[in-house]
Design a binder for this molecule. Structure first.
Ligand code: GRF
Length: 213
């Protein structure tokens, strides 16, 4: 019987960002420990001039930028993104505040091994404004969700979730910052676990370890 290959050690990560990159920073710091089991081989973005790219550069991590405006249409950008990420031969791709939906070309190569983090408790409040929408709804508890990317908006199989209280007097910014503190810890813990152990899906359940141990 064929034995499934063990995960590569350290696992190769490509991280995609669009903003301040504090989730990326948490991964950079975790991955300096050889025991973590993952190394960031490249950081990509859909825009220039962001702190996320600067953080990568300060740590001598290779970076690239692919703006949608440089391409004829979104599918062409999606193909270019898939090709560029593939050139780094990653085991896992992590979307860490990447404000674009990946498309069919990207998912054909990296579906099932791309993780995204969303600042709300899925399936509530998908989309660009999770903290704002949670506040407007008046929930008392929200949080963050780490999931395996599929073709929907924040709909993929859930890896982990963390609950965060909404406090009286919160505005969007204070709530999002509180969420991000928990989100970073969850991201670091689970990216490390999945990088070291591999994972597979049982319907919508994400299980660490090989499919047929
Ligand atoms: C995170 O809350 C992420 O879930 C959301 O945008 C934020 C990115 O923060 N999509 P940072 O750029 O990692 O600081």
């Amino acid at each position: 019987m064929a034995v499934p290959p063990a995960p590569r050690t350290p696992a190769r990560l490509v991280v995609l960002v669009s903003g301040s990159g504090t989730n990326l920073q948490a991964l950079i710091e975790a991955s300096t420990d050889p025991e973590y089991g993952a190394t960031i081989v490249a950081v990509g973005a859909d825009r220039d001039g962001i702190e996320g790219l600067a953080r990568a550069e300060r740590h001598d991590i290779e970076t690239f930028v692919l703006r949608t405006s440089e391409f004829e249409d979104r599918p062409a950008w999606d193909v270019a993104l898939a090709d560029k990420v593939a050139s780094y031969d990653p085991d896992l791709v992590v979307l860490a505040g990447f404000m674009k939906l990946t498309g069919p070309a990207f998912l054909a190569l990296f579906g099932g091994r791309t993780l995204n983090t969303h600042p709300a408790l899925s399936p509530s409040f998908p989309g660009m404004h999770g903290p704002r929408d949670a506040l407007a709804y008046g929930v008392k508890v929200t949080g963050a969700t780490l999931f395996v990317v599929d073709e929907g908006v924040d709909t993929g199989p859930i890896v982990a979730q963390v609950a965060v209280p909404v406090l009286d007097g919160d505005d969007e910014s204070s709530l999002h910052e509180r969420i991000k503190t928990s989100e970073r810890a969850m991201l670091v813990e689970w990216v490390g676990t999945l990088a070291r152990e591999g994972f597979h899906l049982e319907d919508r359940a994400v299980r660490p370890g090989p499919d047929h141990p």
